[in-house]
Design a protein around this ligand. Structure first.
Ligand code: SDX
Length: 433
């Protein structure tokens, strides 16, 4: 170890044997103790279920400081990107590390637009799903099946082909999402229209029909653009870590993103936005709030306040605050200013944030608490909310996949365990059992 290397010393109190472990510094945020040599040097594992104190990798993409509610994409504060940005500009930033100039942004838009269509054979895949299959189930299946269309021509060891796969995924997610929705409502799929923006194209593919012209509402397009910027990436969350772990075995990127979609679907993660609206519908009106706050605090009751709490944020999730403000604007513009769900959500937040249980545990609204109210106001059904999240987070997933695959030192992820099962014992013949 270099002389000026900072270290932590771990000492076995029983034997007095010590191990010096190097410290790995962050540009901002806490340093990490590198324990990769611990088992070799001391014959012990670390134990951290849920990875509460574990850094799984080095990354330059997104920085979060939960104690003060900071979120930055490649160093740019989320508030500034949300106020000035465009989703594909943010996608370019997350993938390449720098904001694009006009020419780069124009070329990137054209590049993504060129990949929005699906192989025509793939459209028949949807016929295999029951008409009311959950769109997230369809997304997992169809995105995974992209491997069958591109796997043989995709050499993930070729950096250029890795980027082609990343662009294909970003471009095709809205088309697959819209087709999942059309399958649910029994309407014909709409082809992408490449003169439209990324968000307008998605809305057009979802809500247009072959029977008449469909004008995308600019209010809806602007709201979706903002929501997608806010959902684009979030450090090493469960679904991004799933993509990295799947990718560490050198699985193809379509299979890795399908794994990320599956992980995001859980109500403890991206599935919470749909669960929030289901919860608000169950609460019904302000008079029932106290009853549900009591349920959320009752350890014997499995009920949790969906859209509340976060592993990292111990203050208000900066995204939730921005979304709540946009809620006001969007509902007013869509002539739905007194939306009962929004009023109920605000009252629920107000009561919870003044309750000792939530204050003590630093439980605040997260990104999922208000987003569903906007999606619903745009005419998007509850079961498509997490699909919206998956479209946006595909940018973060592929950015992390590229970062991992570009690292020559990347290794397969293979955690160990604390074994608590039976000690060795001999087989008992059936006749003796
Ligand atoms: C996302 O990681 C990311 O970055 C995720 C995400 C992203 O952009 O990728 O930000 C997106 O997934 C946001 C989170 C969406 N999920 C929900 O809204 C579901 C409801 N929230 C939780 O279930 C929970 O808060 C988690 C899963 C978000 C965080 O769980 P942790 O960090 O494991 O915390 P915990 O379950 O150990 O809870 C700590 C305490 C416990 O009480 P005690 O045992 O200490 O008495 O807080 C309580 C929990 O019971 N608690 C809640 C609660 N969340 C935590 N109690 C009631 N309602 C809640 N929502």
């Amino acid at each position: 170890m270099a002389d000026n290397q900072k270290t932590y010393t771990l000492t076995n109190d029983e034997t007095g044997v010590s191990v010096k472990l190097p410290v790995r510094e962050s540009i901002q945020g806490p340093p990490a103790i590198d324990v990769s040599a611990l088992y070799k040097e001391a014959g012990v594992f670390t134990y951290d279920p849920g990875f509460m104190s574990t850094a799984s990798c080095k990354s330059k993409i997104t920085f979060i400081q939960g104690e003060v509610g900071i979120l930055e994409y490649r160093g740019y504060p989320i508030e500034q990107l949300a106020a000035n940005g465009d989703f594909l500009e943010t996608a370019y930033l997350l993938l390449n590390g720098e904001l694009p100039n006009e020419g780069q942004l124009r070329d990137f838009n054209q590049l993504i637009n060129r990949h929005t269509m699906l192989n025509e054979t793939l459209t028949h895949f949807f016929d295999g799903f029951h008409y009311n299959a959950h769109p997230m189930a369809i997304m997992v299946g169809v995105v995974g099946s992209l491997s069958a269309f591109y796997h043989d021509s995709l050499d993930i060891n070729d950096p250029e082909l890795r980027r082609v796969a990343a662009h294909r995924l970003i471009a095709k997610m809205p088309t697959i999402a819209a087709a999942s929705y059309k399958h649910n409502v029994g309407e014909p799929f709409m082809y992408p229209r490449n003169e439209l923006s990324y968000c307008a194209n998605l809305l057009h593919m979802m809500f247009a029909t072959p029977c008449e012209e469909y004008e995308v509402d600019p209010v809806a397009e602007k709201a979706l653009n903002l929501l997608f910027i806010l959902h684009a990436d979030h450090e090493q969350n469960a679904s991004t870590s799933t993509v990295r772990l799947a990718g560490s075995s050198l699985a193809n990127p379509f299979a890795c993103i399908a794994a990320g979609i599956a992980s995001l679907w859980g109500p403890a993660h991206g599935g919470a936005n749909e669960a929030v609206l289901d919860m608000l519908s169950e609460i019904g009106d302000v008079s029932q709030i106290d009853k549900y706050i009591a349920k959320a605090k009752d350890k014997d009751d499995g009920f949790r306040l969906m859209g509340f709490g976060h592993r990292v944020y111990k203050k208000y999730d900066p995204r939730a605050g921005i979304i709540r403000e946009v809620c006001h604007e969007v509902l007013e513009k869509l002539a739905d200013a007194n939306n009962p769900m929004f009023e109920l959500a605000q009252r629920l937040e107000e009561i919870a944030l003044n309750d000792e249980y939530f204050i003590e545990r630093k439980l605040y609204p997260n990104v999922d608490f208000y987003s569903g109210i906007i999606y619903r106001a745009l005419g998007i059904p509850n079961n498509m909310f997490t699909v919206m999240f998956a479209i946006a987070r595909t940018v973060g997933w592929v950015a992390h996949w590229l970062e991992m695959m570009d690292d020559p030192r990347q290794k397969i992820g293979r955690p160990r365990q604390i074994y608590k099962g039976y000690a060795r014992r001999d087989y008992v013949p059936l006749s003796d059992r």
